[in-house]
Design a protein around this ligand. Structure first.
Ligand code: MN
Length: 738
């Protein structure tokens, strides 16, 4: 366990002017306050604040931060009050500890609305003083390092919250090492099998990779030295989690993943960065599409570096990061590098405000969108998107910089400029040329939005945009229109249902029945029926409580609304089919597809299917109805010359009632005992549901099989595929599209 004198030594090593007496006073105070409290591991409680403070010395933080770290759990867990801390240690430290106490109990994996509210509180506390975040991250890191001592039920939750919020937040604040360690620890707890599989492969490579890394380091150093560039070259095996992410993102197996080595070249000046890049590129062949210049266009978290991948010494593909020592320091410390030791006269900023950091500017902007008064869920969506996406920087014709997440479209750009600009956008010019509104923007694009007054944004844009701001604005603008459509449809359904039992529908009657339907307005009821959330039979029962439904008429009515026969004039209609597809009475379940009207049955393509997350199209077959295909399905080529049969459809998922969808996998395994059981257990443990397995190919060494599996969505399917690929006995796993 870390001791107090060691902590003081560490602080003194980077801050000779530290107030040693203050550090000691805080330590003694915290130790007394926590008394004989214990950690879950059985260690004395004081070990935790000590370790948290020690983590912060790695970021070379000021005395107030270290002291606040020592005291960070006192108000929360002991008799200590804010007033007492203020009195003994001053208001600056008191405010830090208070900030940490406020965010201590925030639950960031709860229901969406509560989660959003908590995230808002967290960001507000950070904006007050960024040192609160630094201490919180150190606190979380130590808790993650000791997670194995926690009750099992709590572990997954803490790990999930870490992976969802704290790790990306650390990354966004530019602290890469911290982010990687948090990710790595969470990954290990959340997906122990995948972690173990990748770990094992890395360990197998261990003995081979050590000398290889050294050889590449030497060769790079010598090549650079020969051109007069003094460089520090450091190589490493990538971490399990980043390998896993890459396997998932690129859908490749471990073997196909060539760049598991990362090398960093640290030089003195920016000019040397580019010179080193030139030498690397003229010595080895570079892999196309992998060069990125984050020096001329830094990431939003202030990350500066050149990235490239070359087929390097020994035909090994290696990823290279080239940067100066200063850039390297910022990449490691992030916002902490800016937070302190920047004052011209050598003193720390006492208020913790960061004046130069882009990361901090991001935080402020995020909080501004919060003030714009979007609802909590939309804010959450917005912030999470921002947290997880890299940025592109674009410009208005007047040169205003607009930062957007990667894959942003001109529509996102328009909404980022102003909601009115987005709502009235009809076209876009990028670098002077007209482009479709759905195209993807690139770094440095100059974007001009073509507008026409009196427009409503098409609701389909909602699926195309990537920023939360655009999405919520489009949703707001289309909500009323869509609701009216549903209400109109619902009214037709109800009128017909009333007619069938010999009654006449009237708004007044329905209004009287509202309390029984637990809805606040009659439009609400109409829209609910139109959406298929409520049956007309229930409305009849509410309006005429004495009415007895005749068995056959009721069944027919349900089938007519919810069954294979959709209603006329329905735009955005939700179709329902019996879940088993054979008309048995298990009750209807939704095929959640939007964008189809008319009296037509809907079904999924028989081979391969489509799962939410796939882009989908409907193909109309006269007399048979509409078949839904994923856009990548090869079967679609048969319809290429019949554009009139193509329908633009979208998913309409009801998140409250999750639903599995069929997908097909082709898996090639090494022919050895037990391998089939491995495949089955990977799928089972990943919460996939196997419908059928058939062996489709045999050679001496391999077995090829086709597996029909039911999954929640595309993400889930991809996760299963990656899990399968991580197993040594599984040669390959791919999705089959019929
Ligand atoms: Mn703590």
């Amino acid at each position: 366990m870390m001791r107090q004198y060691e902590l003081v030594e560490r602080v003194k090593a980077y801050n000779p002017n530290t107030d040693e007496a203050l550090l000691n006073r805080a330590y003694v105070y915290a130790m007394r306050a926590h008394g004989n409290q214990k950690r879950a591991s059985g260690a004395p409680y004081i070990s935790h604040p000590l370790e948290v403070a020690a983590i912060l010395t790695e970021l070379k933080l000021d005395d107030a931060t270290i002291v606040a770290a020592l005291l960070h759990d006192t108000i929360e867990d002991t008799e200590t009050t804010r007033e007492e801390i203020d009195r003994l240690f001053g208001a600056d430290i008191g405010q830090l500890v208070d900030g940490l106490t406020k965010i201590q109990k925030l639950d960031l994996v709860s229901k969406k609305a509560a989660q959003a509210e908590n995230l808002r509180k967290l960001l507000l506390a950070i904006a007050d003083d960024v040192r609160v975040l630094l201490i919180k991250l150190a606190d979380r890191l130590h808790n993650m390092r000791t997670l194995q001592f926690m009750a099992e039920a709590k572990r997954a939750r803490i790990a999930e919250e870490t992976l969802d919020i704290y790790a990306p937040l650390a990354g966004r604040m530019g602290m890469q090492d911290l982010r990687e360690e948090l990710e790595s620890l969470s990954f290990r707890h959340l997906m122990p099998d995948a972690y173990a599989a990748i770990r094992q492969r890395l360990d197998e490579m261990g003995p081979k990779s050590g000398p290889l890394i050294e050889r590449i380091e030497n060769e790079l150093t010598q090549k650079l030295a020969a051109s007069g560039i003094k460089a520090l070259v450091k190589g490493r095996l990538k971490r399990a989690y980043s390998i896993w992410k890459k396997m998932e993102r690129k859908s490749v197996s471990f073997e196909q993943l060539s760049d598991i080595f990362g090398f960093r070249i640290v030089v003195d000046t920016v000019a040397e960065c580019y010179a080193a890049l030139g030498i690397v590129h003229t010595t080895w062949s570079s892999v196309p599409g992998r060069f990125k210049d984050y020096i001329s266009t830094p990431k939003q978290n202030d990350y500066h570096s050149l990235h490239t991948t070359v087929v390097g010494p020994g035909r090994q593909r290696v990823e290279l990061q080239i940067r100066t020592a200063e850039m390297d320091r910022i990449a490691e410390y992030g916002i902490a590098a800016h937070a302190l030791y920047k004052d011209p006269d050598g003193k720390n900023y006492s208020d913790g405000k960061v004046r130069e950091s882009n990361a901090y500017a991001w935080l402020r902007r995020t909080l501004e969108t919060l003030a714009e008064g979007d609802n909590a869920e939309e804010f959450l969506e917005h912030t999470k998107l921002e947290l997880f996406h890299d940025q592109v920087f674009c410009f208005t014709p007047k040169g205003r910089l607009i930062a957007l997440p990667r894959n942003a479209t001109p529509i996102d750009f328009a909404y980022a400029v102003h909601t009115d600009v987005g709502d009235t956008a009809v076209g876009a010019k990028v670098n002077g040329a007209l482009v479709p509104l759905v195209s993807t923007l690139r770094n440095g694009d100059e974007v001009e939005i073509v507008r026409a007054e009196g427009q409503t944004p098409p609701s389909a844009w909602e699926e195309i945009v990537v920023t939360g701001k655009a999405r919520s604005a489009i949703r707001r603008a289309t909500r009323v229109a869509v609701r009216n459509q549903y209400a109109g449809l619902g009214q037709q359904i109800i009128e017909r249902a009333f007619e069938r039992i010999g009654k006449t529908y009237s708004e007044e009657r329905l209004k009287l029945a509202l309390p029984r339907l637990a809805r606040s307005s009659h439009e609400d009821v109409l829209a609910a029926v139109g959406r298929g959330e409520m049956y007309s039979g229930d409305v009849i029962k509410a309006v005429f409580p004495d009415y007895r439904e005749e068995q056959s008429a009721g069944a027919e009515a349900n089938l007519a609304e919810g069954g294979w026969f959709g209603m006329k004039q329905g735009q955005g209609l939700v179709f329902k089919v019996p879940s088993s597809g054979d008309g048995s009475d298990k009750g209807p379940s939704a095929i959640p597809i939007r964008g189809i009207g008319g009296d037509l049955p809907v079904q999924f393509a028989p081979d391969g299917g489509a799962v939410p997350g796939d882009r989908i199209v409907g193909i109309l077959t006269p007399g048979k109805g509409i078949t839904i295909y994923p856009i990548q399905s090869p079967a679609l080529t048969a319809f290429d010359d019949q554009p009139e049969r193509w329908l633009d459809v979208r998913w309409d998922i009801d998140e409250a009632h999750p639903h599995r969808f069929p997908a097909r996998l082709k898996v090639t395994v090494i022919n050895e005992p037990g391998v089939l059981a491995q495949v089955a257990s990977v799928i089972g443990e990943s919460d996939g549901n196997i419908d059928a397995i058939s062996i489709t190919g045999k050679t001496a060494d391999f077995r090829e099989m086709v597996i029909d599996v039911e999954v929640w969505d595309l993400r889930h399917l991809n996760a299963i595929i990656s899990q399968l690929r991580a197993k040594p006995a599984i040669h390959d796993a791919t999705r089959v599209n019929g």
